[in-house]
Design a protein around this ligand. Structure first.
Ligand SMILES: Nc1ncnc2c1ncn2[C@@H]1O[C@H](COP(=O)(O)OP(=O)(O)OP(=O)(O)O)[C@@H](O)[C@H]1O
Ligand SMILES: [Mg+2]
Length: 226
């Protein structure tokens, strides 16, 4: 199977069965091919984060199938889902979520150690990634000592630390000013292209979306091509 991600018939509602029930995803289908970079565009509240959390195995759909790297993870144990998440996925949030007590390099080393990589190799990979995003000089700085754009570049490195097959990014430049956003996004795209990774990237920004291979729109809980 050539798709890295396949979502089939995904349904998700919040406050199910209650008066305020919100049906966010309504039988959504979406595939991402290996090596493909897909932009997910939709207005605020349409369900982008909900979709990415389901694709990222951080949340489960009410019904439907999530197939990642050829494995259908529907109804699988937490253990299997966690393993799949560690092996196959990198996640970038709108706000970086870096560990404040640790340096930039340590933030990139730690997920590798959790994945069984030897410390020396993990440090070498962190140094290489920081170099690629132009932050070698900031390796020993904590997040609070860096600008928003720098923190987000570190977050990209962290997401790519374990060489995931699929990168999921939830408005990765959403809290940056337009100029910084443009530059930082370029860094992310270079990293993705260099590694031949697949990616699903939510964004409000149609200019950024146009730089990806394909643009899909999330509308009324389903995917429509743009
Ligand atoms: N935990 C929750 N409980 C109840 N409703 C929720 C919850 N999470 C999200 N929602 C609702 O589901 C809908 C989709 O939310 P989601 O965060 O997926 O949208 P989004 O497209 O990511 O929006 P944004 O662009 O603002 O980040 C919204 O109406 C939101 O209010
Ligand atoms: Mg969101």
């Amino acid at each position: 199977m050539s798709d890295i991600l396949h979502l089939l018939g995904i349904e998700k509602a919040y406050n199910r069965g209650q008066p305020g029930q919100i049906e966010v995803l309504r039988g959504l289908d979406l595939s991402v091919a290996r090596g493909e970079v897909v932009a997910l565009v939709a207005p605020s509240g349409a369900g982008k984060s909900t979709l990415l959390h389901i694709a990222g195995l951080l949340d489960t759909p009410d019904s439907g199938h999530v197939t990642l790297n050829g494995a259908d993870l529907t109804g699988k144990s937490d253990h299997l889902r966690t393993t799949a998440r560690r092996n196959d996925l990198g996640f970038v949030y709108q706000f970086h979520h870096l560990l404040p007590e640790f340096s930039a390099a340590e933030n990139i080393v730690l997920p590798q150690l959790a994945n069984g990589v030897a410390a020396r190799m993990a440090r070498a990979r962190a140094a290489d990634l920081l170099d690629r995003v132009g932050l070698s000089a900031r390796a020993d700085h904590r997040p609070a000592e860096m600008s928003g754009g720098e923190q987000q570049r570190v977050a990209f490195c962290r997401a790519l630390a374990n060489q995931p097959a699929l990168l999921l990014a939830d408005e990765p430049t959403g809290n940056l000013d337009p100029q910084t956003s443009d530059r930082v996004f370029g860094v992310l795209m270079d990293l993705v292209r260099e590694t031949g990774m697949s990616a699903l990237i939510a964004t409000h920004n149609l200019d950024l979306a146009a730089r990806m291979d394909r643009v899909v729109r999330l509308e009324s809980g389903q995917i429509t091509a743009l």
